[in-house]
Design a binder for this molecule. Structure first.
Ligand SMILES: Cc1cc2nc3c(=O)[nH]c(=O)nc-3n(C[C@H](O)[C@H](O)[C@H](O)COP(=O)(O)O)c2cc1C
Length: 247
């Protein structure tokens, strides 16, 4: 957070109030066996998460969406700016309007904008411009990143590490949805400007993800993907300077 601290200082040498601290709330040190059991159970639960593209139209209570967003709002953020904003949509007409706009962009994307390399990368997923999930899923949650804050006088307040912070919030949202037994799909129609316009968000926000939420359709299928094994995503310490090898 060194850069963050430097940016704060750059804003001038105004006298600042004394920061306030409270005891770490509700912290409970767990016995090692319990930690391991919980860690294993959580890891197994996360292994079962899959992006699902076929949604049932069965309704999902609004309260579950609220709880997932509240969980996502616990994400850490640069300088605690909390630069995430969620818009939850269940009105059928609005979902249809968003689907029409997304499919317009996606049709152009798949026909003209996509590069050969990108087409190849997407091929195993079997995606195309048809975005039925946007009207089938009972909820569409659109995640916006607040690029900068606005003070009451209209001046801009800098946010820090916006992409990282919003990415972490998205991860917690996706985890919360999975943990409550629902499915979602991080969808990135390209470009996404229509989301801000239709949903009436400010110019200081940019749409990051469309997250349909619901139950999977009975016949839902997912691509046969493999996750990288642990030794390809985790290095312990630094390579040995003489051999270049890691433990
Ligand atoms: C930032 C981001 C953007 C994505 N955009 C799309 C998308 O536009 N359409 C889509 O069908 N899936 C999209 N996905 C889902 C990925 O294709 C999916 O997570 C990946 O294939 C791995 O599958 P899994 O989530 O089931 O493990 C996106 C995922 C992320 C994290």
């Amino acid at each position: 957070m060194a850069d963050e601290a430097r940016d704060e200082q750059d804003s001038g040498n105004r006298p600042l109030p004394q920061p306030r601290f409270v005891p770490l709330p509700d912290y409970r040190r767990l016995p090692p066996e319990q930690m391991l059991a919980r860690a294993q159970a959580f890891c197994e639960q996360m292994q079962r998460r899959r992006t699902t593209r076929q949604f049932s139209t069965d309704p999902v209570p609004r309260r579950l969406i609220e709880l997932a967003v509240q969980a996502a709002g616990t994400a850490p953020s640069g300088a605690h700016r909390q630069p995430w904003r969620f818009v939850a949509i269940d009105e059928p007409q609005l979902k249809q309007q968003l689907r029409d706009a997304a499919e317009h962009e996606e049709r152009l994307f798949y026909a003209e904008r996509i590069t050969d390399e990108w087409r190849e990368a997407l091929h195993p997923l079997g995606t195309d411009h048809v975005k039925a999930h946007m009207t089938d899923a009972p909820w569409l949650v659109v995640l916006f990143a607040e690029k900068y804050g606005l003070r009451p006088d209209g001046s801009q307040r800098k946010n820090y590490y916006v992409d990282e912070s919003v990415g972490i919030a998205a991860g917690i949202f996706i985890t919360a949805i999975h943990d409550m037994g629902l499915v979602t799909l991080p969808h990135t129609p390209s470009p996404m400007g229509f989301l801000r316009d239709i949903l009436g968000r400010g110019k200081n926000e940019k749409a990051v993800l469309v997250l349909p939420v619901g139950y999977p359709r009975d016949d839902a299928r997912v691509p046969d993907l493999q996750r990288l094994p642990l030794d390809q995503i985790l290095q312990w310490n630094a390579p040995d300077p003489t051999t270049g090898e890691t433990a």
